[in-house]
Design a protein around this ligand. Structure first.
Ligand SMILES: NC(=O)C1=CN([C@@H]2O[C@H](COP(=O)(O)OP(=O)(O)OC[C@H]3O[C@@H](n4cnc5c(N)ncnc54)[C@H](O)[C@@H]3O)[C@@H](O)[C@H]2O)[C@@H](O)CC1
Ligand SMILES: Nc1ncnc2c1ncn2[C@@H]1O[C@H](COP(=O)(O)OP(=O)(O)O)[C@@H](O)[C@H]1O
Ligand SMILES: [K+]
Length: 494
């Protein structure tokens, strides 16, 4: 698991490390790692044009020292200084000694330096940045975006909040971010995620000083370890039976997608009860289908309730009935709308509950998501005593105890109707196994989000996707995450 940290946590960890290392040594480590990544991105370094955007703090110092290293390898490096009288002195000296040039940002030619560069290194603001970019910095960020060069952020893209990912106005659009010591949360969540590009972590020796993370990102290997394949002793019941309460005469597709996703994730046994019984029977002969409510469906180890299920009295009765049981329940879509009217239904539960709202469904519980998505998910989770999986570009999964996962997989191609129903089916299947495996509900939900995102990436390789494509590609995604078949997702599927 990759730990995710706030700027404050990183600052506090840096203090003892700075005290224990010779002056300037950490910045040299950072700059060496930064220059190495830039060198790899450039290919041949000799003769290439590099523009450094340099602010007044240590972030600018990192850029200047890295620029000096690239100039030493023959790159044509120009530093654009936002505040020439406050730029890092030793860094400036090093750059000049290596043959680098310096221009103030207010010089008329500064924007052209950025526009012509093969690589633009953003050292304007690091974790010391506060609020949005000022005008002069915003102009340079826009010039970098408009230019053809590779954009690389030093530690964090300038203009993003390193802890929340909030962007107030303009921020540097990085294709790559070389971050130091620890992954800052703002690189993987909120608008920051979209500005950070690919994140490269440079080890500064900070780990012993960092606190135990409260926010994490799962890797494929972490997910594989939580998705054990069946073994010789298993039967169709032993890893958990999923009950799907989704779909209606008006929206049969939600039931078909949800039940299909549950089956395709872990095909032990799926029970279906609801208004789309005929459709589910036709699509999934493997499912055990009943027309009535959950009471007549038989025993399950987790329920999924809500997708396409409607918000009438009958749907409310079904929701109340499953929430009154002592098995894990995943509440999605229409059932979230109902639950927002009666949140006490979930507060009283003894077994885990997972809620999977998108932003509009989240707002029905009383407050908007806002710009701090981790904070928002944690607040609702603590309030309701339920795991909250807040969907989006970077899905956030928060436990009532504050443990949080930020999903690292997925693609904007998932922004299509029905993909949420698929996520619910996947999560229901993983949740049902948790009784046997002891997997905490928050991890089950995070595993589901990861797998859903990977499946989306896989399906999107062939062009625009619809939700049914996800169901079809799920077994392959599970196989790949477990390391069966090509290990690299970028490979074209066999
Ligand atoms: N502390 C350490 O141990 C290390 C820090 N490193 C670098 O140091 C960075 C943090 O450095 P600093 O604390 O000097 O802070 P920054 O370089 O992030 O920026 C702080 C400076 O920017 C100004 N500023 C803040 N918000 C602004 C805004 N919106 N517009 C314009 N100016 C603004 C502040 O007045 C201050 O002068 C890290 O992100 C990393 O890049 C690395 O060198 C590795 C070692
Ligand atoms: N821009 C995006 N980038 C990545 N994932 C997205 C994006 N938009 C939506 N998603 C994902 O697609 C799914 C959509 O779910 P939802 O809004 O409930 O759709 P539906 O109700 O139609 O099934 C969620 O898993 C969400 O995280
Ligand atoms: K930066």
């Amino acid at each position: 698991m990759i730990g995710l940290f706030t700027a404050e946590e990183v600052r506090a960890a840096e203090e003892p490390l700075l005290a224990a290392t010779p002056e300037g040594a950490l910045m040299q480590r950072a700059a060496a790692g930064l220059a190495a990544v830039c060198g790899r991105l450039l290919g041949p370094v000799y003769g290439r044009r590099v523009a450094l955007l340099v602010g007044s703090g240590n972030n600018g110092g990192d850029a200047l020292f890295a620029g000096a290293r690239l100039a030493g390898r023959g790159a044509r490096v120009t530093a654009v200084l936002l505040t020439p009288d406050r730029a890092h002195g030793a860094g400036l000296t090093a750059l000049r000694r290596s043959g680098g040039r310096v221009v103030p940002a207010r010089n008329p030619g500064a924007e052209a330096v950025v526009a012509r560069a093969d690589l633009v290194l953003d050292g304007m603001l690091g974790i010391g940045g506060r609020g949005g970019l000022r005008q002069d910095a915003a102009v340079l960020a826009r010039a970098a975006a408009a230019g053809a060069g590779i954009t690389v952020a030093v530690d964090v893209p300038s203009g993003i909040d390193a802890s929340t990912g909030e962007v107030d106005g303009v921020a540097f659009p990085a294709m790559h971010t070389v971050t130091f010591g620890a992954v800052k949360r703002g690189l993987v969540v909120g608008e920051g995620r979209g500005h950070a590009g690919q994140v490269h972590l440079v080890d500064l020796g900070l780990d012993p000083h960092l606190p135990t993370p409260t926010a994490w990102q799962l890797t494929d290997a972490d997910v594989a370890a939580r998705l054990e394949p069946p073994s010789a002793g298993d039967d169709k019941y032993s890893q958990g039976v999923v009950g799907v309460l989704a779909g209606s005469a008006a929206y049969p597709g939600a039931g078909v997608l949800c039940a299909g996703a549950a089956l395709r994730t872990r095909p032990g046994l799926v029970r279906y009860a609801g208004g789309a019984a005929d459709g589910v029977r036709a699509a999934w002969p493997e499912a055990i289908v009943t027309e009535g409510g959950p009471g007549g469906a038989g025993r399950v180890q987790a329920w999924v309730v809500g997708p396409g299920a409607g918000t009438d009295d009958a749907a409310r009765t079904v929701l109340a009935e499953v929430l009154a049981t002592d098995v894990p329940v995943l509440v999605d879509a229409d059932a979230l709308t109902l639950l927002a009217r009666e949140p006490d239904l979930v507060r009283r539960r003894s077994a885990p509950t997972v809620l999977t709202p998108h932003d509009r469904e989240f707002a029905r519980f009383g407050t908007e998501v806002g710009t701090d998505r981790i904070g928002a998910a944690r607040r609702l989770a603590a309030d309701l005593g339920a795991v909250v999986l807040l969907k989006g570009d970077a899905t956030v999964v928060a436990d009532p105890d504050g443990t949080t996962f930020v999903n690292g997989t997925g693609t904007a191609d998932l922004a299509t109707a029905g993909t949420g129903d698929v996520l619910s089916g996947i999560a229901g299947a993983v949740l049902a196994t948790s009784a046997a495996t002891g997997l905490p509900a928050v991890e089950a939900a995070a595993v589901a989000a990861h797998l859903h995102g990977r499946t989306g990436q896989l399906a999107a390789q062939r062009g625009p996707l619809v939700a049914g494509d996800l169901v079809r590609r799920l077994p392959e995604a599970v196989g790949r995450v477990r390391g069966v078949g090509p290990a690299v997702l970028g490979d074209s599927p066999a």
